[in-house]
Design a protein around this ligand. Structure first.
Ligand code: A3P
Length: 307
């Protein structure tokens, strides 16, 4: 299979080195995907999944960080003192600029179990689909699109430069890029056939907003983890939007120099269902739904509330 070099190739090779690109592409199965500033196929191809691992897989902006916090809090029985969610629940395939991929993999080996990771990988790209437990969070694509726009707009100038990006010139320009990039569609379409797999639990962001306690019960049953009632109350508090907003420094990725990637208030932003109504035109909404109807089966659309 011939590989298509990603458009941001020059920047990535500057970060990762030409030699690195050549070595991973000659060695790795193409199933692990293309190297980019957020996706290192080497980490996926060499990760050693365990039965006790939990992999959170989501389309961007579908409540990934919230699920990282929920699972970390359930694992610890409630710990408000961690400094960064990305240290305790790492982003599996994310390339680090200040560490070699082997160093990153070595660090994964010594995380205390059950290990929890975040990933945005599709089903075929996810290591451990037959081994680990998989927790999905999905969210209305209209809200994901609008949330992603704010994500891009609230990145600091330094973060934009490092990620080789520019803040979108307008919402309309961003919308076209979001539709063409199609990460939401790829993620949902690839996982849908596995919704009933024994090791898969699929939760909806909208249900979690509506009643987090119910989703927490479902997670505990699925993972067979136990916590006390007092611990459960703490978990619910630490996973509330208000708590996460007032401790947002713990949930914001940092550049290598320690500076936050996002401006204040930009990442743990609003946490609302239906926020897209303020930005999407009727026509844009129709295009998002229309593409979902084209690409996803009826039962999936019904499950997502789009049918
Ligand atoms: P908004 O931009 O709509 O506010 P991800 O982590 O996948 O990037 O998703 C980010 C979205 O999840 C943001 O949505 C953020 O505010 C929301 N979020 C984070 N913590 C939340 C919580 N405790 N309750 C509800 N939404 C939350």
């Amino acid at each position: 299979m011939t590989r298509q070099l990603p458009p941001d190739w020059v920047r990535i090779s500057a970060i990762m080195g030409e030699e690195y690109k050549q070595s991973i592409y000659s060695e790795l199965d193409p199933r692990w995907g293309e190297l980019s500033s957020t996706h290192d196929p080497y980490l996926l191809g060499h990760f050693k999944p365990r039965k006790t691992d939990v992999l959170i897989t989501t389309a961007p902006k579908a409540g990934t960080t919230w699920m990282q916090q929920i699972l970390y809090q359930l694992k610890t029985g409630g710990d408000p003192h961690f400094s960064s969610i990305f240290e305790v629940v790492p982003w599996l395939e994310f390339p680090r600029q200040n560490k070699s991929p082997q160093q990153v993999l070595d660090e994964y080996e010594v995380i205390s179990g059950p290990r929890v990771f975040k990933t945005h990988c599709t089903y075929p790209q996810t290591p451990g689909v037959d081994t680990a437990r998989i927790v999905l969070s999905s969210r209305d694509p209209r809200d994901c699109c609008v949330s992603f726009y704010h994500h891009r707009m609230s990145m600091t100038d330094a973060a934009q430069v490092i990620h080789g990006a520019k803040a979108p010139e307008s919402f309309d320009a961003f919308f076209e890029d979001w539709m063409a990039y199609a990460a939401w569609y790829r993620n949902v379409a690839s996982w849908w056939p596995h919704i009933n797999d024994e090791n898969v639990l699929w939760l909806r962001y909208e249900d979690m907003v509506n009643d987090l306690a119910i989703s927490i019960n479902r997670l505990l049953t699925f993972l067979q983890w136990r916590i006390t009632d007092a611990q459960r109350n703490n978990v619910i508090e630490y996973c509330s939007f208000g708590w996460m907003k007032s401790h947002s420094d713990k949930f914001i990725a940092k550049l290598d120099n320690g500076d936050p990637v996002f401006k204040p208030g930009g990442f743990i932003r609003k946490g609302q269902v239906g926020d897209h109504k303020k930005l999407l035109s009727k026509e844009q909404e129709q295009r998002i739904i229309g593409k979902a109807q084209e690409l996803l089966p009826q039962d999936c659309l019904r499950f997502l509330g789009l049918g």
